[in-house]
Design a protein around this ligand. Structure first.
Ligand code: KIV
Length: 271
């Protein structure tokens, strides 16, 4: 669809327009300059500097350990590779949960110290006051409901959320509370497709799904997952668009072989 080419830079307004025109929004994560540059040149709409960097970059079991300083460090690197996509930054665990004032200061830090255009927070009604405070000063907020990885210890597993009527109602109310508090979009993570469809039709702002079926206004995946780099993690909502772990294995073995056998470098590759 050519409309995407018409946006020089993706903003909250472009995303709203895409929802209104029923054009799907595309989003992927990035944590470094080179990957961000490739994603941006390919035409992705949103690059999320996700706190998933704790898992896929730092090798932690959960997203909890990553810090504000680390999120800012990675965002600065990502931003250097991005011309068109909207850069959204996850607020890490405990940077916004304590009280709205601290959340506001930390969101401000991200906006002041990096070229990001928005922050993302996990939670619904319980953070609505915080979202209102942050958006009121002009910092765009993306919400995140359904499975909340920062709450993994209270769930006990990464099972889909919103399967019971009670939980589906709570997630719907959370998404509505975020829209009312001023969020410009909401991530729906690991909820039934039917629930995501219902929430997407109730909200005026775009929904971005991950493991939430085809009826969201957009989709997001964790880039190392969809590139087949993170092979120990393959839930059914992740489609492999490449098998980079295999490709890298082949390339590294070939390099080792060439060096060991004196085939690299050649005279042409020397000075
Ligand atoms: O941190 C992340 O990558 C995310 C996505 C899974 C939406 O929050």
């Amino acid at each position: 669809m050519s409309i995407q080419k018409d946006f020089k830079r993706i903003t909250t307004k472009s995303l709203q327009l895409l929802k209104e025109q029923k054009i799907k929004i595309t989003a992927l994560t990035a944590y470094d300059f080179i990957t961000a540059k490739i994603l941006d040149k390919a035409g992705i709409d949103i690059i999320l500097v996700g706190d998933s960097l704790s898992n896929v970059f730092q090798g932690n079991d959960t997203t909890l350990p990553v810090t504000m300083d680390e999120m800012i460090y990675h965002t600065k690197a990502v931003a250097k590779g991005v011309e068109r996509a909207m850069i959204v930054v996850d607020m890490p665990f405990m940077s916004y949960q304590t009280n709205p004032d601290e959340a506001f200061r930390n969101a401000g830090r991200i906006m002041k110290e990096t070229p990001a255009s928005a922050v993302k927070l996990e939670g619904g009604k319980r953070i609505a006051e915080t979202v209102k405070k942050i958006t009121e000063v002009g910092i765009p907020v993306m919400g995140h409901v359904g499975l909340l990885p920062q709450s993994i210890h209270s769930y006990g597993s990464y099972e889909a959320r919103g399967k019971s009527v009670k939980e589906a109602k709570a997630i719907t109310e959370d998404a509505i509370a975020l829209e009312q508090a001023g969020a410009f979009a909401v991530v729906l993570e690991k909820v039934p497709a039917k629930l995501a469809k219902s929430i997407s039709s109730k909200l005026k702002i775009p929904t971005i799904g991950i493991g939430a079926g085809a009826f969201c206004d957009g989709q997001i995946l964790v880039t190392p997952d969809m590139l087949g780099l993170n092979v120990d993690f393959h839930p059914r909502f992740v489609r492999y668009y490449a098998n980079l772990a295999e490709e890298i294995d082949i390339a590294v073995k070939k390099y080792i072989d060439d060096v060991k056998n004196g085939k690299f470098p050649t005279a042409k590759e020397s000075y």
